[in-house]
Ligand binder design. Structure first.
Ligand code: PLP
Length: 305
């Protein structure tokens, strides 16, 4: 029987059969359901890989604490992996993150340090830097934005899984970008197998957006692991379009997913409508029950009325 960590990866593909919106019958839309990872998101893969890398390189040793400033899926994944390996985890986040987030992280035994909510995620980053600077020997900081082990996790697992699951038939890969680890590592692997595979990024179309986990690159601190020249296309998605697609996925496909999955599907349908045939793989980062108290669902019944 596998341990929790051995269940990371090998997520299933699901075929979208209803939401096709004028796409030719010869085009398949296959969603990779990363919510099936034990920590509930795609971030289990890089969290595990970065911690394994820390152990192998000697930067993470017994007695040290894993430290980072993230309240999102990476925080949950680090808390899960830390618990499974017996390493303490400390996560810095603004005190106004949702109650579920705080509870999930606490349930894995991680310590939560609160930063000023008025300073947002930048405040958490600054406080995290200070904690590290005050006590550098105590901590291991994975730094997902600049750590090559993040895209490597996808190069070694997500890419080969998609190649195998489609028996080499994949023609397009569509993913949303946050740190860009998913699209960089998976895209690189798939292009090595077949240089004709098109790698397409979905990103928020505006700096002020409601797509948690995603980055509008033109107005963000660009991650060190991001290489835009390796993408074939980047498609900007409006928050409302992504939310509407999330509601449709629940009702029309029986798939309750997070908002970044909605953004990925909007982008993939744009690409698909231009094709006569193809196999498009969409990366769905997590399930939707993680967001029930957020703006995505708050006010939803009124929206539908
Ligand atoms: C919900 C969600 N979708 C998409 C992403 C983007 O993944 P990546 O950081 O690999 O670009 C993230 C991660 O930040 C996420 O939490």
């Amino acid at each position: 029987m596998p341990s929790a960590l051995q269940l990371v990866g090998n997520t299933p593909l699901v075929e979208l059969r209803t939401i096709r919106d004028g796409v030719a019958p010869g085009v398949r839309l296959l969603g990779k359901l990363e919510g099936f990872n034990p920590g509930g998101s795609v971030k289990d893969r890089p969290a595990l890989r970065m911690i394994e890398d820390g152990l192998a390189s000697g930067r993470l040793t017994p007695g040290k604490t894993i430290l980072d400033s993230t309240s999102g899926n990476t925080g949950i994944a680090l808390a899960m992996v830390g618990a499974a390996l017996g390493y303490p985890v400390e996560l810095v986040m603004p005190s106004n993150v949702s109650a579920e987030r705080k509870q999930v992280i606490a349930a894995y035994g991680a310590k939560v340090v609160f930063s000023d909510p008025l300073e947002g995620s930048d405040g958490a980053i600054r406080l995290c830097r200070k904690i590290l600077a005050d006590n550098p020997e105590k901590y291991f900081k994975p730094d997902q934005y600049n750590n090559p082990a993040n895209p490597l996790a996808h190069y070694e697992t997500t890419g080969p899984e998609i190649w195998r699951q489609t028996e080499g038939a994949v023609t397009h890969f569509v993913a949303a970008i946050g740190t860009s680890g998913t699209i960089m590592g998976t895209g690189r692997y798939l292009k090595e197998q077949n240089p004709a595979v098109q790698v397409i990024a979905a990103e928020p179309d505006d700096a002020f957006h409601g797509l948690e986990g995603l980055k509008h690159m033109a107005t963000s601190i660009v991650p060190g692991i991001y290489h835009e020249e390796e993408l074939d296309q980047k498609i900007g998605i409006a928050t409302d379009e992504a939310y509407t697609m999330v509601y449709r996925l629940g009702r029309e496909e029986g798939l309750l997913l997070g908002q970044s999955s909605g953004a990925v599907l909007v982008a993939a349908l744009q690409v698909a409508r231009e094709l006569d045939e193809g196999t498009i793989v969409l990366l769905f980062p997590d399930f939707g029950d993680r967001y029930l108290s957020t703006n995505l669902w708050r006010g939803w019944p009124q929206r539908e009325a």
